[in-house]
Design a protein around this ligand. Structure first.
Ligand code: 5GP
Length: 193
């Protein structure tokens, strides 16, 4: 997506440890006008599918997912990072290794909000090693819901998540795929799509 790639080139900051900072328009301050264009693009890419729910993970996926959901006219559910163990079995739980914080945590979704009748589109801001997506896929499986696909705003194509999900046959659409980024020069190279 041309507009997004231009914005990443203009405002993205390459940090050490293969981290791209996009705080000025995606992860902290949010450019809602850009989010609307992102929503429109996901609607174009997944518009032929029947979708009943959008599933994301807190916190940075929520803003994007809400705007995308407007285009599909469905609710958003976000997996919560849980501190307490579930005791009454009313939630689906999976484990996620955090890329940015380098620790493992449980994520939960209430059984009230996802079930076997749901057709689910996953949405997130970044795809790196794929742990967040795998955690959400696990939750979709536990709910016996149908996974329609995954929409990612920025995929770091030099990390393994995207390749693994595509190999697993998941319909993955990433609006910008970065093949290389250099923390010394700040140069970002996009995959031609
Ligand atoms: P994964 O689970 O695929 O390894 O990493 C994806 C998650 O980690 C996303 O939900 C995102 O919040 C975070 N993340 C991964 N890489 C980056 C990055 O380069 N920049 C930012 N801002 N977040 C990232």
């Amino acid at each position: 997506m041309q507009l997004l790639e231009e914005r990443i080139q203009k405002d993205g900051i390459v940090k050490e440890g293969n981290v791209l900072k996009v705080d000025s328009f995606l992860n902290h301050q949010m450019d809602v006008k850009l989010f609307k264009e992102i929503g429109k693009e996901f609607k174009r890419l997944f518009g032929n599918e029947e979708i009943t729910k959008i599933l994301t993970i807190e916190a940075s996926g929520i803003g994007i997912a809400c705007i995308v959901a407007e285009f599909f006219d469905v609710p958003v559910v976000f997996a919560k990072k849980s501190k307490s163990k579930n005791i009454d079995g009313a939630v689906y739980t999976s484990k996620v290794v955090s890329f940015t914080h380098n620790k493992t945590y449980d994520v939960i979704v209430s059984k009230k909000f996802l079930n076997e009748n749901d057709k689910v589109l996953l949405i997130d801001d970044f795809l790196a090693n794929g742990n967040a997506m795998k955690g959400l896929i696990e939750i979709v499986k536990l709910a016996n819901a149908k996974l329609i696909g995954a929409g990612i705003v920025i995929e770091k194509g030099f990390q393994k998540g995207g390749a693994e999900l595509r190999e697993a046959g998941i319909h993955l659409e990433s609006l910008a795929i970065i093949d290389d980024m250099d923390e010394t020069t700040g140069k970002i190279t996009f995959r031609k799509q």
